[in-house]
Design a protein around this ligand. Structure first.
Ligand code: PRX
Length: 632
């Protein structure tokens, strides 16, 4: 199996992947178990939205994650579960044990009537049964849809209903630092508006009291003892849906990204192996939550497909103290550590005393993902965590791309702080200008697009082909538009500059401005609102809400709390605005469109160059907004 070993080999493989993708991917895909080989490597294009990878083939994801390793590496540790409470015992699963647990979970699902083609929603904390449960779905051909455990009842209900999911797997509660999140209670509230869900499986974790609805709700541990240890993997077509994962977009409705079986499997395995340069005894820790794509690809599928050890951490970086990440690295002799810039910045702010207690001698490669990393955080990570000896891979990718697209190859590509550097073989980035013309030559700056399909790409937005086309393929015909801006330096290295659409990246999580506005507009005193991002020292971006109210607000604190409560209810605490400004109006064009560019500039504190405001419908409002912002 391919593991690029030098920069020359990277260049050679890159050229091969672009000139002869059939040959490149055939070589790679041979390593998996196939029930039937593919007729072709890739067919279809962006134009027709009918991209297929390995059409004609049949395979099963769980078999390639687990069964494939049993003969030679059945006793190797597959999963290390590190609980929230450091006093609680770590749980380790060998590949053989994980295989048994996945088969049993699959049999529990079968016993509850779940079959190939069904969609199972997971709303859980970071415990082994989440990872086991989603792989169990792939074993029987059900698709999973994981909803992050920090989302509200309303957000959960929207995601269940959008894909007509009939089954929910949840926990009684989940541990997050000193808190217990009452997941079942939130799920119960969500289910009041999800009549299709007649099947709820509850995994006990926190022992908090829950109510169980007769016939609909069952405890996992009540069914588990009655099922067998083995469950044959179902043969899946290469393009059968593997999972759906929701992501925010520029409208209020989340988009269910559909990922399919064979292409995603290849992409997850290939990107992990090459970017991180893992070998068989490595201990790989990605600190994400499985509720996000990073946890799908780099906690679950990527590491297991490669037969290495993956760590799953239930807790948070700052509890019981801000040294927890580093304590876990030492405890389990982590070799590869992959986290978000937000986490790095928040731990950096706590001071070095929490780092210095830990040796961190096992680390070989560090990674970052989810948002641009600032130079200071990169240097801190490099010096204090990597001891200037671990290459840092700044990996750029998206829920839609399934896996890493632009990133250094650890130890092989030259790294430059803040640069995601070069595309992986198989990825052809293109920068386009405002007119949609491709910008050739270096240096360059423009909107980042991708030419040609790659195996891990999203195959659609669940149930909405028109939106899929409009969001990704209509701005620049023939190209996939990422929604990000980027710069390319003299050497062709890419630096991602951030979103160019109405999406805010808060702590590495994508939040659509429209989603937050929809929540705020539910408040009875709000006439209109506009939400933009502003630079935030720790979170990268914070949420800045401009609101127009019907009457004067008597008590701002109460008003603010009401808005935050609404947002918690509609979306979840991740969408809490850092700043709220009451204004009498919003700058609008003559056609009534809000000039967000001006609002963004004011939120950034940069009012030196607001451009020509005289053509606005209400030019005077700009000064008022600037004055108001100064008082926040
Ligand atoms: O804006 C880019 C940013 O995160 C977006 C994708 O978010 P999501 O689908 O939630 O996936 C996050 C995990 C892959 C991108 O459009 N982003 C992701 N990685 C980077 C990044 N921005 C800069 N540098 C990165 N390394």
């Amino acid at each position: 199996m391919i593991r690029i070993g030098s920069f020359t080999e990277y260049e050679r493989k890159y050229d091969q992947s672009i000139e002869n993708p059939q040959e490149f991917w055939t070589d790679y895909a041979e390593k998996f178990i196939w029930h039937k080989k593919w007729d072709e490597v890739c067919t279809g294009d962006f134009e027709t939205l009918g991209v297929q990878w390995f059409p004609g083939a049949k395979t099963n994801m769980s078999e390639n994650c687990l069964d494939i390793h049993l003969d030679k590496r059945g006793d190797h540790t597959a999963l290390i579960f590190e609980p929230n409470d450091p006093q609680e015992k770590t749980i380790k699963y060998t590949y053989r044990e994980l295989h048994t647990e996945v088969c049993r979970f699959a049999n529990v699902l079968k016993k509850r009537g779940i079959k190939k083609g069904d969609i199972v929603t997971f709303y859980m904390g970071m415990i082994p049964e989440l990872l086991i449960g989603i792989i169990a779905c792939t074993r029987i051909g059900a698709a999973h849809s994981v909803v992050f455990g920090g989302f509200s009842a309303k957000a959960l209900a929207d995601r269940i209903q959008d894909c007509n999911s009939t089954t929910l797997v949840t926990n009684d509660g989940s541990f997050r630092g000193a808190k217990i999140i009452p997941l079942k209670a939130v799920a119960d509230e969500a289910l009041t508006s999800c009549p299709l869900v007649q099947n709820v499986i509850v995994v006990k974790r926190t022992n908090v009291d829950v109510s169980m609805k007769d016939y609909r709700d069952v405890w996992y541990h009540d069914i588990y003892p009655d099922v067998e240890d083995d469950c044959p993997p179902v043969s899946m077509d290469s393009e059968d849906t593997l999972f759906i994962l929701y992501t925010s977009g520029s409208t209020g409705k989340p988009k269910g990204q559909v990922h399919t079986t064979a292409g995603y499997m290849n992409w997850a395995a290939y990107t992990l192996k090459n970017v991180f340069q893992v070998s068989k005894n490595d201990i790989y820790w990605c600190t994400a939550d499985i509720g996000w794509i990073t946890g799908h690809t780099y906690i679950t599928y990527g590491p297991l497909l490669n037969g290495i050890t993956t760590i799953m951490f239930e807790g948070i970086p700052t509890w019981p103290d801000p040294g927890r990440f580093w304590a876990i690295c030492d405890k389990h002799e982590v070799t590869h550590f992959y986290t978000a810039p937000t986490a790095i910045r928040s731990l950096q702010a706590m001071g070095l005393s929490f780092v210095e207690k830990h040796g961190l001698g096992s680390l070989k490669v560090l990674g970052t993902v989810g948002e641009p990393i600032n130079e200071e955080a990169w240097e801190w990570y490099n010096k204090n965590i990597g001891k200037n000896e671990c290459p840092i891979v700044d990996t750029w990718w998206q829920t839609e791309t399934g896996g890493i697209m632009i990133s250094p190859i650890a130890g092989i590509t030259k790294t430059i702080p803040t640069f995601a550097t070069l595309p992986l073989p198989g990825v052809e980035p293109v920068l386009v200008d405002k007119k949609g013309e491709e910008i050739e030559g270096n240096p360059a700056e423009g909107n980042l697009c991708i030419r040609n399909p790659w195996p891990g790409m999203t195959r659609g937005i669940y149930g909405d082909e028109e939106r899929f086309r409009n969001t990704y393929f209509s701005a620049y015909p023939g190209l996939y538009f990422t929604g990000d801006g980027a710069r390319r330096n003299e050497d062709g290295f890419y630096r991602i500059t951030g979103r160019v659409d109405d999406v805010i990246n808060v702590s590495g999580h994508r939040i659509g401005t429209a989603e937050v506005e929809d929540a705020i507009n539910q408040h009875t005193s709000i006439v209109e609102s506009a939400v933009v991002g502003y630079p935030h020292d720790i979170k990268g971006q914070g949420i800045y809400a401009y609101v127009i109210c019907t009457d004067d607000v008597d008590d701002f604190d109460i008003f603010q709390k009401e808005l935050v409560d609404l947002i918690n209810k509609q979306i979840g605490p991740i969408a809490k605005p850092g700043k709220i400004q009451i204004t009498k109006g919003l700058p609008k064009t003559r056609s009534g469109k809000i000039m967000r560019r001006i609002l963004r500039k004011v939120a950034e504190g940069d009012t030196s160059n607001l451009g020509d405001t005289s053509t606005l419908l209400n030019p005077d409002i700009v000064d008022e907004i600037i004055k108001g912002a100064n008082n926040i």
